[in-house]
Write a protein of this length. Structure first.
Length: 276
């Protein structure tokens, strides 16, 4: 019997999943360390595509108070990762929207109170652990700060240079054209073309106030094409904080789902992603 590995992983999306990690994990609140452990787990609640940290409860340097998080007020953001993938939740879905049984907890450290920032799951495999809201803390793996969410050990990026002729158009206007693209391959996502800024019509675009973060690539700043309502936040550049994404630092990438991409004269089919 043979199994397509991506199908196996997607088939587990509706399950509660965890994986031990060897890194030293530290979480700070207002500059104070509330956890410092070598026994952390990565946990994916059902339908979640990104992991969060679970830490031994006996290593928390703070008080946990049972509390009733208002899950009804926590909006879900359903997404389709791929056409044939089961239902999933976008990472914008708040931590308090739990999809596995357990007890919401309020965390109190000094004068700081964080309602619903912790969660004690009922599943026996996670006995003695509590899940922590990534956004409520500043996080470090060993001595490096991490952003966005914990990195998934089963998720990676690869960047490869390409001499293919790539053209980007929106409503018939050419916004970029190059034969010096870098292709970024990311697990479960379509390839992205990262283009030298000198080959992008930045004179037709304007800087946006939008920013996003990616734990694998860094912090992104966006550009819009103001001549079309479809051009809002149409492209982005990453900063240079992560050395493992050096090849794309300063390059410009467009949402292939929203523009027309031609590669060596062939118009590409638009992908189905959470940004479609």
């Amino acid at each position: 019997m043979v199994a397509k590995l991506s199908g196996v992983m997607m088939g587990l999306l509706s399950e509660l999943r965890y994986e031990p990690i060897a890194k030293r994990i530290r979480g700070h609140v207002d500059g104070t360390a509330v956890v410092d452990t070598h026994r952390a787990l990565l946990v994916w609640e059902p339908k979640r595509v990104t992991p969060i940290f679970a830490v031994p409860e006996d290593e928390l340097k703070t008080e946990l108070i049972p509390g009733n998080a208002d899950q009804a007020a926590a909006r879900e953001y359903p997404i389709a990762i791929m056409l044939d993938a089961p239902p999933a939740l976008d990472p914008r879905t708040s931590f308090s929207r739990h999809t596995t049984p357990g007890t919401p907890l309020t965390l109190r450290t000094g004068s700081t109170i964080l309602p619903g920032a912790a969660f004690r799951p009922d599943d026996g495999a996670l006995a003695g652990y509590v899940l922590l809201d990534f956004d409520a803390f500043s996080w470090y793996e060993d001595d490096e700060e991490i952003i966005g969410h914990p990195r998934d050990p089963f998720h990676r990026i690869d960047v490869r240079r390409s001499a293919a002729r790539v053209s980007i158009q929106l409503e018939g206007i050419t916004l970029a054209e190059t034969a010096q693209a870098c292709l970024l391959y990311e697990t479960f996502l379509p390839p992205r073309f990262y283009l030298p800024p000198e080959d992008v019509r930045l004179d037709l675009m304007e800087a946006s106030t939008t920013t996003t973060v990616c734990p694998y690539k860094g912090k992104a700043s966006y550009y819009s094409y103001p001549e079309s309502p479809k051009g809002q936040d149409i492209a982005w550049q990453y900063d240079s904080r992560f050395p493992d994404a050096t090849q794309i630092h300063g390059l410009v990438c467009f949402f292939d789902e929203k523009v027309d991409v031609t590669v060596d004269g062939q118009l590409q089919r638009k992908s189905i992603t959470p940004w479609s």
